[in-house]
Design a protein around this ligand. Structure first.
Ligand SMILES: Cc1cc2nc3c(=O)[nH]c(=O)nc-3n(C[C@H](O)[C@H](O)[C@H](O)COP(=O)(O)O)c2cc1C
Length: 164
């Protein structure tokens, strides 16, 4: 049994934070059809055939509501220069797309300019994940380009150390 006496969520978050990940922004549309998005590092590839990906979103996040009610979203993998975007989409804001360059994919949802890769998705399934929802997306289209990824480790953004 886990020791619940000493701030378990904080200790668990710290331990999870030892896992270095990339950083994505999941773009979607809110209930009024306005573009919005959420910074997510729980992204994972899932299946090649059919082409599926997954990420988890906190049940209390505003975006969780739009992911449950809507059908379309895109996953944008950020490159090392896009740290400001990661923080912009990680804060509550009325217009998260303020000053953000993007174009509209075939599912009607924006893709961020300059992303290292993007996946255009249709909602495939949402599963229970405790205080999070596990969102599975069917990949309708995708593209990638050259470049270095933005990374997240122990609560900080970083990039790949280049060794000779
Ligand atoms: C690097 C990073 C990764 C994050 N990953 C997730 C995640 O995987 N799932 C999640 O629900 N929130 C994640 N967050 C927190 C959300 O981005 C943040 O709470 C955001 O403001 C939620 O937006 P919303 O309230 O518009 O839904 C992450 C934040 C950062 C900085």
């Amino acid at each position: 049994m886990l020791d619940q006496t000493q701030d378990l969520p904080r200790r668990l978050r710290n331990a999870f934070g030892c896992f270095a990940s990339g950083v994505t922004v999941v773009t979607l549309r809110d209930g009024q059809g306005a573009p919005t998005g959420i910074t997510v590092n729980s992204f994972s590839s899932l299946s090649l055939d059919p082409a599926l990906l997954l990420f988890s979103v906190g049940r209390e996040q505003v975006s969780a509501r739009w992911l449950q009610s809507g059908e379309a979203f895109n996953v944008n993998i950020l490159c090392r220069d896009q740290e400001p975007l990661a923080w912009q989409f990680a804060r509550p804001h009325k217009d998260k797309f303020d000053g953000v360059a993007a174009w509209e994919a075939c599912n009607g949802v924006p893709v961020l300019d300059g992303a290292l890769a993007h996946f255009v998705c249709r909602k495939h399934a949402i599963h229970d994940g405790g205080d999070h929802l596990i969102v599975v997306g069917e990949i309708l289209d995708f593209a990638e380009r050259d470049g270095d990824p933005l990374l997240f480790h122990r609560g900080r953004m970083c990039d790949l150390a280049v060794t000779a």
